[in-house]
Ligand binder design. Sequence first.
Ligand SMILES: [Fe+2]
Ligand SMILES: [Fe+2]
Length: 493
Amino acid sequence: MAKPDSGPASTCEGLEQELWMAHISDERIPNNVNLAEDKRLQRALEQWQPNFLQWWMEMGPSGFQAHQVYLRTAVSVNADGWAHFDFVKMPDYRWGIFLADPVVDRKIGFGDPLGRPVWQDIPGEHRNTLQRLIVTQGDTEPASVEQQRMLGHSCPSLYDLRNLFQVNVEEGRHLWAMVYLLHRFFGREGREEAEELLMRRSGNQDRPRILGAFNEPIDNWLSFYMFTMFTDRDGKYQLLALAESGFDPLSRTTRFMLTEEAHHMFVGETGIGRVVQRSAELGRQAKNGNPRELGGIDLPTLQKYMNLWYSLSLDLFGSEVSTNAASFFAAGLKGRVKEEKFEDHLALQGTYTMELPRQDGVLAAEEVPLRSAMNEVLRDGYVEDCQRGVDRWNKILAEAGASERLRLPSRRFHRHQGIFANMNFDPDGRLLSKEEWERRRDEWLPSAADKSYVKSLQAKPVDKPGEMANWIAPPPRGINNRPIEFTYVRAEA
Ligand SMILES: [Fe+2]
Ligand SMILES: [Fe+2]
């Protein structure tokens, strides 16, 4: 452990300083941002870290802070370093700061500064915009931890409990990653924003999180799987767009975060896949064909949860026609997914045809300048990606001999952002009157009865090694070659 350069004024202060040094070191905070040499950054993080830990204890997973959890920790960006498995108590998790390896001679790949060298520091004229982008992304990370904090008490197995905590600590690490950027590049304002990230609270009336989906409660495991399937996937697309950024530290940070996000979406997709599988099994056994008869979750209920989280996640992409999106692209700050696959990186000539509501509410095709349609371009890739996951769920149903299928609702359904926000559509995208929407809402979104049914299945945790809740099938395999019945989470002996 390194000692501070100059001797402390008193023993007490010395002890305190030594404690901070114990925390802010390469050992405690694994990193590849040269933290050991950067005293200013160290000092900023030293100030922030106790507040982060306090937030984690208050708003992180409830009831399990003293448990030993079999977690994956990134200790470097190398192939053998980013997935190190061991038992750790969550407050002792090593929240590292990692940037993906630099690309030599990287050039800005789109927008007006196309072809210029990427920025290693903030270009003054884009400072506010970049700060906003980073804060908005950063705010989602602690928000999701807050949303999920009670789920441990109703887990369907120790395997799932561990996956929940893995997602939680990694979202904590993503917060560190964004706070690193704020501290390193944005001076006092950045430090203030980093504090604010710990002050807002998901669902709080007075100090809510910035984006809508991150203020919705996740109080059951269906919502958790749907969230990691659909909302984390929005995160994937936002990160892919930021990975193209001309601001190189942001690009490198987000590229590394994507490796961890892949696991979150795995948890969501396979979680719902296992519920679907169990639903088909129980449906076959039930006299009336309804899995609810045997304590399972029926497909119409699953479909409603999917409609909810998919539509909330579509909102996160912002408005279909957006001057903000156009200016992010123009400035070289936020690109398209895999920008190199496109031919025209200026996007000044092209148009995007979308169905927009006319004054009378009827939809009509309209040509929108391509730069203004960048949110929709990003959303297109997202919708296709979601569809691939839904196809895999339907394959499980087909193989189980079930005739029902799940499907993504129209992207106009249940929207609160963008041009469809104040209109009502059914899942097929048909325009409805407000009265009809209100009368039929419970056909398409979880009703109070659906919610209380799902809750009744998850009243108690299933927390004995190898046990699985009745409403979900076991996973095909355990984590890191461990058996499914491994004790992935254990109370401290
Ligand atoms: Fe994240
Ligand atoms: Fe995530």
